[in-house]
Design a protein around this ligand. Structure first.
Ligand SMILES: NC(=O)c1ccc[n+]([C@@H]2O[C@H](COP(=O)([O-])OP(=O)(O)OC[C@H]3O[C@@H](n4cnc5c(N)ncnc54)[C@H](OP(=O)(O)O)[C@@H]3O)[C@@H](O)[C@H]2O)c1
Length: 250
């Protein structure tokens, strides 16, 4: 029987970073895992339950079905005695050049990485505001800190998400709801398979990002870069004057 009294919702729970975060949070909370692949989701839930005495349930989540998201949030609050917070992890990285030629792909990039986060977070914030406590941690990206030709559609969605989270944080601060923006650099996950060298020092493992997320939640941080040195890298990148930046091949 689980001794945990509070539950955390993980959206996009089949993501490698989400999985690692779920395992880290399972030491303290029961979990509701939401994702679109029910078989994988159930396998993750089963694996966490055999390793801990955490109660893990699963719910279907398709990011593009934004009209279902308020109901998803409502079911989470009906299922659990007490919701401590949520971690929103889903995301989609397209081939930038292909997305420039294919509007449907471009729109999917914006919808999965931005619109669907808003459609989940609005009802979630309303619920947490009502209970007067809780946390929301959302995975944005360093790609949202400055637009680059190699990934500006994904970057624009993440940049929009980061600004949205600033506003949500400001809103939550008046009712005891903590909002954490997580900005990973490169992470060795399914998303970057074949795109990054997983052994490079610049590339984090999902477990390292998960540790940063859990620490950020506990310390009620506003923005966490993962790994930490991306804060410095992005500070330098942001300070390059636009007249020079636009000429670089980035
Ligand atoms: N990896 C990096 O270098 C990096 C860097 C910065 C930020 N991030 C962000 O970190 C987060 C986690 O990504 P990851 O690196 O862990 O990659 P990942 O393992 O590929 O996870 C992506 C997740 O998004 C889900 N997803 C994609 N489209 C969806 C849709 N239409 N409906 C529902 N779920 C959908 C995937 O579900 P399925 O399993 O069903 O496909 C999967 O759970 C994302 O927000 C990503 O943008 C990653």
């Amino acid at each position: 029987m689980s001794k945990r009294t509070e539950t955390v919702i993980i959206v996009g729970a089949t993501s490698d970073i989400a999985c690692a975060t779920a395992r880290a949070l399972a030491t303290q909370y029961n979990l509701i895992l939401a994702g679109r692949n029910s078989e994988v989701l159930k396998a993750i839930a089963q694996d966490i339950m055999v390793r801990t005495d955490c109660v893990v349930s699963t719910l279907p989540f398709e990011a593009l079905n934004t009209e279902d998201h308020a109901e998803l949030v409502a079911s989470c609050f009906e299922q659990a005695d007490s919701i401590a917070g949520a971690v929103v992890c889903h995301g989609f990285l397209p081939d930038q050049v292909q997305a420039q030629r294919d509007w449907e792909l471009a729109r999917k990039t914006l919808d999965v990485n931005f619109t669907s986060c808003v459609s989940v977070l609005e009802p979630l914030m309303a619920r947490l505001e009502t209970q007067g406590r809780g946390f929301i941690a959302v995975i944005s990206s360093v790609a949202g800190d400055r637009g680059r030709q190699s990934n500006y559609l994904y970057g624009a969605a993440k940049g929009g998400l980061s600004v949205y989270l600033q506003g949500l944080r400001n809103r939550g601060a008046h009712s005891g709801v903590h909002v954490l923006t997580v900005k990973p650099g490169f992470v060795a996950t399914a998303m970057t398979l074949g795109l990054v060298n997983p052994n490079s020092f610049l590339v984090a493992q999902p477990q390292q990002v998960a540790r940063d997320i859990v620490r950020g939640i506990r310390r009620r941080r506003n923005v966490v870069y993962s790994r930490w040195f991306w804060r410095i890298i992005m500070l330098i990148i942001r300070t390059i004057p636009e007249c020079i930046f636009k000429r670089l091949r980035l």
